[in-house]
Design a protein around this ligand. Sequence first.
Ligand code: PMP
Length: 405
Amino acid sequence: MPYNIEDIRRDFPILGREIYGKPLVYLDNAATTQKPRCVVEAITDEYYSTNANVHRGVHFLSQQATDLHEAARERVRAFINARSTAEILFTRGTTESLNLVAASFGEAFLHEGDEVILSVMEHHSDIVPWQLLRERKGIVIKVIPMDDEGNLDLDAYAALFSERTRLVCAAHVSNVLGTVNPVRQMAEVAHAHGAYFLVDGAQSIPHFKVDVQELGCDFLTFSGHKIYGPTGIGVLYGREELLEQMPPYQGGGEMISRVTFEHTTYERLPYKFEAGTPDYVGSHALAVAIDYVESLGMDAIAAHEQELTRYAMEQMQQIEGLKVYGRARQKDAVIAFNVGDIHPLDLGTLLDRLGIAIRTGHHCAQPLMARCGVEGMARASFALYNTKAEIDALVAGIERVRKMF
Ligand code: PMP
């Protein structure tokens, strides 16, 4: 399919909205993306025509709903090129996926004094679960530093390893700096030291092709809502032999094989990690979202967004007093910035009156804010439906605000 931006924008009804009488310019895509019609229709269609609880039902609707849910698992498997659907766990999102790994991998593999390495640009959801584990088990957290451009320091990274290092966790793409971290190379280093490697794919999966076998990672996490799917569904990919050795995360229905009051045995993978009624409507809608991005082509999406990012960097740098945070060698569709002494909250609020939606604040990455020496930043982030005209609107909006101050 040719990349026709006008046709694509028509797939997203919300993009036709006006905000305060101005056309919506939605540049908060790193927080969540808008949904194409096909995804919303998949949700209503399933509730109207196929709704029934999955897995245990003998009746027609239950089997049909189960088929959709399991087909979605296969869809995700193929999308990230996992070896088996046993390696695809449905969760509520990246946050739950990371908490699952911290709780369950942490239980089986981490003991007092064992070390987990995180990068300085991690999202709070890849920091706090490890701190909770530190409180429970006395693990040690080490941090990979970065240079002023936003590239991780790979020499410092290699020097962090000891015989106690068990796991490294790194964002594939920083939700603030846009840095694309060399996770494949980093995973090789971790494996050479006998440690496992987790990739937080929340900000990479929506933007370019991700292949877990090519990356060589042991875990990968992502959220449905950031890739044009619904909220409340996400994925944890884990290598089968690791998941086999990890205890359940939550207990309940669906995850058991046999229960007595004396003893319970667990279901096989991936069900061992999916207690309770899953979000089977969400999983199906996520599969439809994946169909949608693949129909456009991940490479075409990446090329479009790279061009937007290049253009935005070029245009924004013309603005007097504007400082961009993050000029990494490889940078994805996120630009964090501040303008002179203008508080990012004021900037965001005034841009909002012009119909321009950006995010402001610490972006759930306070350690990174501290590293950059600021309390907060403004952030524009791009998606497959954004246009250069919208970037022009952003630049004109920032100029207008700047002149007011
Ligand atoms: N990691 C990164 C890099 C993110 O950008 C986000 C969302 N901003 C998360 C984790 C958390 O994702 P969610 O809120 O969907 O669980």
